[in-house]
Ligand binder design. Sequence first.
Ligand code: NAG
Length: 469
Amino acid sequence: MFSKLSLLSTIAVVIAQVSGVAVWGQCGGIGFTGSTTCDAGTACIELNAYYSQCQPGTAAPPPSPPTSNPVSTPVSSAPSSGPTSVPPVTSTCSTTPRTVSGYTNSALPDPFTFANGTKVTTAEDWACRRAELLALIQAYEAGTIPPKPPQVSGSFSGTTLTVTAGGVTGGTSSSVTFTNTIKFPTGTKPANGWPLLIALAGGSIPVPSGVAVLSYNNDGIAQEDSTASRGKGTFYNLYGSSHSASAMTAWAWGVSRIIDVLETTPSANIDVTKIAVTGCSRDGKGALTVGAFEPRIALTIAQESGSGGDACWRLSKYEQDQGSAVQTATEIVTENVWFSPSFNNYVNNLNVLPFDHHLLAALIAPRPLLSLENTDYLWLSPLSSWGCMTAAHTVWQALGVADFHGFIQAGGHSHCAFPSSQTSQLDAFFTRFLQGGSAATNFFTTNNVFNGVSWNPSTWITWTTPTLS
Ligand SMILES: *[C@@H]1O[C@H](CO)[C@@H](O)[C@H](O)[C@H]1NC(C)=O
């Protein structure tokens, strides 16, 4: 018996050596001791200091292994109807502060209290609070997102959407151009054009039929190879390499310019009221940022965005303090240019941040957000994502649209390999929010696999949720 087993394991080792690491498998990272050679047709891509992964060039993700059933905790039973966009910020919003001096809070900041202490009591107040948070997040963490430049033009030919932006000073080019490829569905085009999914780095979710996909080369807009990538890419060619926008903020700017062009280019056959965004891992952080910054995004799908995405800085620090090897703010700023240089000033003093990532996510509310997480990778900060999204969820609840915010946290699949067991929930979000159909979207679940760290909501969520109407 023993010899049979060791023979089998010898064969397995030989096979592994011959064929290398399979697609979506790990091929490097801190503490990793396995093979760093990927199968033919795949390449080892560093996703962060903790994880490198064998990824295909343009191939679709393979079928995923079965995943464990998440523990289901539905938050509401019937599909809600309600506002799907934030009311426009009106002149009744006073000028928003860009920093809050003297702020300190070890718990998560209250979504429903303005920086000046006034309570948020109406949906219109939320629009002003959103504007305030948008300014704060730019100042502390994301860098400034410039407004629409004076010159934006574009064209559509075949499957290529060309975007040109100019009329600003600061960079080495007076205007910049970037191209994007759109893959269209077959069949009859809806009267208002196709719904569109903008997929950072191509995305890694199964896209339902009837949805066009724009493959967004976000790395071309702002490079993100390492901290040496600061100020590199199309965005910085236009605005200058010392512009404060972080890579993720620049990506949001690029998506906004794509939508500008789609709005004025009917020949592209896209319904500009039905645009979704997605991405996984670093591109999941990016997708969340795009959805947060660009209100014309009708549906945001952030996949395994973890620390820097749907996880909260304070909660990730707590997880680390409890002994989990999670990615934290202090580490992330040494790794890449996802955040602005300003954020370096706060990573060792998180309590002074007048926001955390529950409020980045809440910038999307009441528009729909589906966030998907994977507990098999500790560096994604599983407890932090669950706690952070639980805190963010109170904003959708307050606005009467709790089921516009979905969260599914499970294990049993490789990083960014979408588990087929979640296809029906994913499709429900597309059906309801992009394709004009009806579907229940009350998914808010975790498997509670937090490496033994406990989630105590009352320690972190210190507000009561109002009804904003
Ligand atoms: C507090 O800030 C909000 C939003 O900017 C504003 O509407 C409100 O009038 C301010 N309250 C006071 C007391 O200044």
